[in-house]
Design a protein around this ligand. Structure first.
Ligand code: BGP
Length: 480
């Protein structure tokens, strides 16, 4: 297996999001977020998004793994693995419970003071996402989320308060998590988590229109935040965050190849705007042809140019294969319609294709496209774990997955010259799945005793992968 030492200062660690592990959903002044109205689902049953919290339903994020009260113990375990960085999000509703409040909630701000201080105590650099699928529910109900221009101000106010408060404790930031997920705009879950939009009975055209307008406001909000952040602390590194999945044609036919190109254009424009400060030609033409994004001002265009990001953060889970048998290239709209099964790849128990070489391809594509430092801020395998009678957990499948991906990452850095800031695999400690709301879809090196039904004493223990990852970090990637 290929391996290489990573450059000095490489940020090894892990990534989580507030709503998926903190719990304490209504404690110390926290408001209700979109994640708080999502029920538990399964590999085959989608999560339900309810109109507020309905008694008797199971909302797994309400208590999650209670990181809010266990963070000291949890960060200590991550320090034991040698983490250099820890990515989390700041729950918007801990700081602005309703999103449109005038003043922030001090108790929420204080929680993150303590969390970041704990990280620094162990020499762990916090990496912070501002908006990770946890928009205040009040903004969803009252304004229909990011379909409303007012959301730009609310987001920028939130970002400004965070930048000022954590000016000296956080250097690495990201604005919107996986902003490009909404390119599959027929998925209620993706529109709700990305943009706080409840689709109800909109027509397909109306959904697509809502997505292009909302994403535009998010990109303007992100650019304004980048500008403000750099004023508050010029040393801040503020990135975007996309769910990058290199796309390939199912066959070598021109129709499949053109479809793959169109797919890439229609998925990568979010990060194109983040990085270049302007819309790419193909998407601008598509938007104009369809009459979408009616509200874009000259000032917006200037802001986008002025607030470009410092680096490209991305999650990598799988590649995407497309077939023109599913949709003709010129009819491509909702990207999910083009996707075909790749016959050469294995799948996880949740049907996610496993493709380690795809990570090297992703790193090369993004480098060629953006010429910016890259940061892998998610990667990993969701799997069922078995606890043995003596409490041990032999998760060799997880080690195998991560080892192969890290090896490909190291080729990209060492052989291809990619400028990579770090590697933060998803869920170093078991947490609530975003997609299904399950606890039993596990990513962690650290096991948490809690299952899908919510049973368990929340005790933490080390899986076999814990010691393996510790060794990888200790040798700076050489010993896989
Ligand atoms: C990404 C999200 C994360 C995370 C991860 C794994 O899309 O940014 O929040 O949860 O995917 O997905 P899941 O939790 O559905 O397994």
């Amino acid at each position: 297996m290929y391996s290489a030492k990573m450059p000095d200062g490489f940020l090894w660690g892990g990534a989580v999001a507030a709503h998926q592990l903190e719990g304490a959903w209504n404690v110390d002044g926290k408001g209700m977020s979109i994640a708080d109205v999502m029920t538990v689902g399964s590999a085959t049953k989608p999560r339900e998004i309810t109109d507020g919290v309905i008694e008797g339903k199971n909302y797994p994020n309400h208590s999650a793994i209670d990181f809010y009260h266990h963070y000291k113990e949890d960060i200590k375990l991550m320090a034991e693995m040698g983490f250099k960085a820890f990515r989390t999000s700041i729950a918007w509703t801990r700081i602005f419970p309703n999103g449109d409040d005038k003043e922030p909630n001090e108790a929420g701000l204080k929680f993150y003071d303590d969390l970041f201080a704990t990280c620094h105590h162990y020499g762990i650099e916090p990496v912070v996402t501002l908006s990770h699928f946890e928009i205040p529910f009040n903004l969803v109900k009252k304004y229909n989320g990011f379909t409303n221009r007012k959301l730009i101000d609310f987001f920028v106010r939130f970002a400004t308060v965070c930048f000022k408060r954590y000016k000296d404790s956080v250097k690495y930031w990201m604005t919107f998590n996986e902003i490009d997920n909404q390119s599959a705009y027929n998925e209620d879950f993706l529109m709700a988590t990305n943009s706080g939009i409840i689709l109800n009975n909109l027509s397909e055209k109306e959904k697509e229109a809502a997505m292009y307008q909302a994403a535009h406001y998010e990109l303007v909000a992100s650019a304004l935040a980048v500008k403000v952040g750099h004023k508050i602390n010029p040393d801040f590194e503020i990135g975007c965050m996309i769910n990058y999945s290199p796309v390939r044609p199912l066959t070598s036919s021109s129709a499949d190849v053109l479809l793959a190109d169109k797919f890439e254009q229609r998925r990568s424009w979010f990060s194109d705007v983040h990085v270049f400060g302007e819309y790419p030609k193909e998407v601008e033409a598509y938007i104009n042809r369809n009459g979408y994004r009616s509200d874009i001002t000259d000032e917006d265009r200037i802001v986008l140019k002025e607030g470009t990001v410092d680096y490209v953060g991305f999650s990598y889970y799988q590649t995407t294969t497309v077939s023109a048998k599913n949709v003709e290239p010129d009819k491509l709209n909702d990207l999910s319609k083009a996707v075909a099964k790749n016959p050469t790849l294995e799948r996880s128990d949740w049907g996610w294709e496993i493709d380690p070489e795809g990570l090297r391809i992703a790193l090369n594509h993004l480098t060629d496209r953006y010429h910016k430092p890259l940061f892998i801020v998610e990667n990993g395998l969701g799997a069922y774990d078995k606890v043995e009678a003596d409490g041990s957990i032999h998760d060799d499948y997880r080690v195998d997955y991560l080892r192969k991906h890290i090896s490909e990452m190291e080729k990209a850095v060492e052989i291809d010259g990619v400028d990579l800031m770090g590697y933060l695999p998803w869920g170093p400690i078991d947490l609530v799945s975003a997609g299904t709301g399950q606890m039993d879809k596990r990513y962690g090196f650290i096991y948490v005793a809690k299952n899908d039904a919510g049973e368990g004493d929340l005790s933490r223990s080390r899986k076999d992968s814990f010691d393996w990852y510790k060794k990888v970090i200790k040798t700076n990637g050489l010993d896989l």
